[in-house]
Design a binder for this molecule. Structure first.
Ligand SMILES: Cc1ncc(COP(=O)(O)O)c(C=O)c1O
Length: 409
């Protein structure tokens, strides 16, 4: 009998004993190619020696130096590094442990800084599973059902449908929907922030059309609404640039980081401008473990690894290889309706969710390849391997995927 909670859904039944790079080894000694990467977390691969050493060394010095009680000697160096790699203007950082905590923190800061109560999110969004983050999450009813009442003050604007035939019209319509929301439900002077994933994650790996994201940023500027980029999943090299917003040339007021930031050690960071942070009353937010010293060590080691230009070059080259391989297969399998993505955040859209489930199962059972789905309708197969994935590993995954497409036809 298991003593573990029933609440976790399971992607695989595997009992894992160890991992290295893109591979995990089960307690039975079997190896699997892990293209789930801890749900886009194990950015530098499993147990990267540099990260593992940084954590182990830090554990010998101290495991937890509570941030309200002491300032330890990695807090400032990490903030300085983050200031170098985050978009222009972001120079001040707050730390927490998970994505949901950091999106919540972003909203709390936005409310304090603007003295406005409301937040706009987009259809298909995922910002976490705590109550406020859940209220901001619209990618699937399953995350919300049974948890009402959810916090109020969250308004949902449309996100452009990537499958719409006329993308310009779709973007215009979505921007119209945003304007309409500000006229009909939450006036600008009541709206503290807009929170947006530059590449929709759980909602289906959908890069925001540039005209859409730029249109939203312009409107935020015009109305004094803060623009929060939720880069929890898309940040730290996942899209081939350090942050997805770097593809769009936009400067968020607040940026949310977690997942890949510390290669799997639970760690999250909020970045903002000093003048906004100055409006966050001291003591109005915090948390016991925020800025944990081992998390800081893991994040510093991760950023060091990613700072080698070869790292992001690999993400881009492997992303191109992956998309090209999937498109090649798409020619023979019209059940694939779209291939999209940036870097190693790649979505393959199917006309049928059952086929996605069958392919994922076949890849797992026959190809020893771990994949996950995404999207409101479960019709997106998402590719999020560790960012250190090699050319040979992408070939292996494509071969398993090709075999699964044939076997399930
Ligand atoms: C964009 C985005 N924001 C927030 C979260 C929540 O992160 P966590 O699960 O660490 O709370 C996720 C998790 O998938 C995410 O993809």
């Amino acid at each position: 009998m298991s003593h573990l909670s029933n609440v976790w859904f399971s992607v695989t039944p595997l009992q894992v004993a160890s991992g290295h790079g893109c591979w995990v080894t089960t307690t039975d000694g079997e190896e699997y190619l892990d293209f789930a990467a801890g749900i886009a977390v194990n950015s530098t691969g499993h147990a990267h020696p540099h990260v593992a050493k940084a954590i182990a060394d830090q554990a010998q010095r101290f495991i937890h130096a509570q941030v309200n009680v002491f300032k330890h000697d990695l807090l400032e160096p990490l903030a300085a590094k983050l200031a170098e790699i985050t978009p222009a203007g972001i120079d001040t950082f707050f730390y927490a442990n998970s994505g949901a905590e950091i999106t919540e923190a972003a909203v709390k800061l936005a409310k304090q800084a603007t003295k406005r109560p409301h937040v706009v999110v987009f259809s298909g969004s995922f910002h976490g599973r705590t109550h406020l983050a859940m209220a901001m999450t619209t990618s699937k009813t399953g995350y919300r059902a049974g948890h009402a009442p959810l916090p109020a003050g969250i308004f949902v604007a449309p996100y452009p449908d990537p499958l719409a035939a006329d993308q310009d019209a779709e973007v215009a319509e979505a921007l119209y929907g945003f304007d309409h929301l500000l006229k009909s439900m939450t006036a600008p002077e009541e709206t503290a922030a807009v929170i947006l994933e530059p590449v929709l994650g759980e909602g289906g790996y959908i890069p925001a059309p540039p005209a859409f994201i730029q249109g939203i940023v312009e409107r935020c500027k015009q109305h004094g609404i803060l623009f929060i980029a939720d880069e929890v999943q898309s940040g730290f090299g996942r899209t081939g640039k350090m942050f997805a917003v770097d593809h769009y040339g936009i400067e968020p007021d607040i940026i949310c980081m977690a997942k890949g930031i510390a290669s799997g050690f639970p760690f999250a960071a909020l970045g903002t401008r000093r003048e906004l942070d100055d409006k966050w009353p001291t003591g109005s937010h915090g948390g016991t473990y925020g800025g944990n010293s081992m998390g800081c060590a893991a994040a510093l080691a991760t950023i060091e690894i990613m700072s080698d230009p070869v790292f992001l070059e690999n993400v881009n080259a492997r992303g191109e290889q992956l998309q090209a391989g999937i498109r090649e297969l798409q020619r023979e399998h019209d059940v694939i309706t779209q291939v999209r993505g940036l870097g190693l955040m790649v979505g393959t859209e199917f006309s049928d969710a059952a086929r996605v489930a069958a392919i994922t199962k076949h890849c797992f059972e026959e190809g020893r390849l771990i994949l996950m789905n995404a999207g409101t309708y479960g019709r997106t197969l998402r590719w999020m391997p560790p960012l250190v994935v090699t050319e040979g590993e992408i070939d292996l995954a494509l071969a398993a995927f090709g075999a699964a497409l044939k076997a399930t036809a």
